[in-house]
Design a protein around this ligand. Structure first.
Ligand SMILES: NC(=O)c1ccc[n+]([C@@H]2O[C@H](COP(=O)([O-])OP(=O)(O)OC[C@H]3O[C@@H](n4cnc5c(N)ncnc54)[C@H](OP(=O)(O)O)[C@@H]3O)[C@@H](O)[C@H]2O)c1
Length: 233
């Protein structure tokens, strides 16, 4: 395996789920949050010898690949210098009720991942794991080639970075579908057809993540094709 250490900035629902999948896939993980490494002791214990807790700065330095998975409102806190030259997976979604209003997102003059990329100068940001509920993410991994394997959309401006993220997805049990550059990431943002529901809803449209179901490429592509900007909804 080329990349062995996954750094995580944010260790909540998605961060802790990805940490578990990565440890199970043979990675070392370095977790961090806003309150300090000591508050992650239980999670580190649970994850075992291949996990440790650190500050966001240290997790960024340690990671061969780094996941940023915090509420969007905090994106300006992400450390820039240690992420320069690195591949950064961005799981962030914009929820104005939680994050406050950001004019450029409300006007749709940019997208969430482009904001993160603008902040993280010199890093190669890839949007991934934003469109699956954490409980589905935990339940749906399958081995490479399994007919029940799910596919997740990704977007990014750097092909080498995307290739590294495709390998990571493969390692943790998912196929990837490249939707294009970061500017196309809106196609699987909050409230689009590809977002959360295909993995977590039942046929009646009820949110039933405890019965998450695999999503193949044909279904994902069909959902992506139905995406609209908020201004057209
Ligand atoms: N929940 C989902 O199923 C889901 C699915 C896809 C994408 N997402 C998106 O992924 C992101 C994370 O979601 P989540 O549900 O995992 O959130 P969460 O459970 O609330 O966890 C957020 C994590 O980020 C940390 N954090 C907050 N501000 C930080 C900062 N400035 N610096 C470092 N760490 C910080 C928190 O640490 P403290 O607790 O110490 O503050 C916590 O560990 C969000 O943007 C969300 O929209 C969520």
């Amino acid at each position: 395996m080329g990349m062995t250490t996954l750094g995580l900035i944010g260790s909540g629902h998605i961060g802790s789920t990805l940490a578990r999948l990565a440890v199970d896939a043979g990675y070392d993980v370095v977790l961090s949050n806003s309150r300090g490494p000591e508050t992650l002791a239980d999670l580190v214990d649970e994850l075992g010898d291949h996990a440790r807790a650190a500050t966001p700065q240290e997790a960024a330095v340690a990671g061969d690949l780094v996941v940023v998975t915090i509420p969007l409102k905090g994106y300006r806190d992400l450390p820039v210098e240690p992420l320069r030259g690195k591949v950064v997976i961005d799981t962030l979604n914009y929820y104005p009720d939680r994050d406050g209003s950001l004019a450029e997102l409300d006007e749709e003059s940019t997208t969430t991942s482009e904001l993160v990329q603008d902040h993280l100068a010199g890093a190669s940001v890839v949007k991934a794991f934003n469109s699956i509920y954490f409980e589905s993410l935990r339940r749906l991994p399958r081995p490479h080639g399994d007919p029940e394997r799910s596919v997740l959309p990704i977007a990014g401006d750097d092909d080498h970075a995307k290739a590294a993220v495709v390998r990571f997805l493969d390692d943790v049990g998912y196929d990837a579908h490249d939707v294009g550059p970061l500017s196309e990431g809106w196609r699987f943002q909050r409230d689009t057809p590809a977002y959360v529901a295909p993995y977590a809803n039942d046929d009646a449209g009820e949110f039933t993540p405890e019965r998450s179901r695999p999503v193949g490429l044909a279904v994902l592509q069909q959902r992506l094709a139905g995406a609209q900007r908020y201004r057209d909804m």
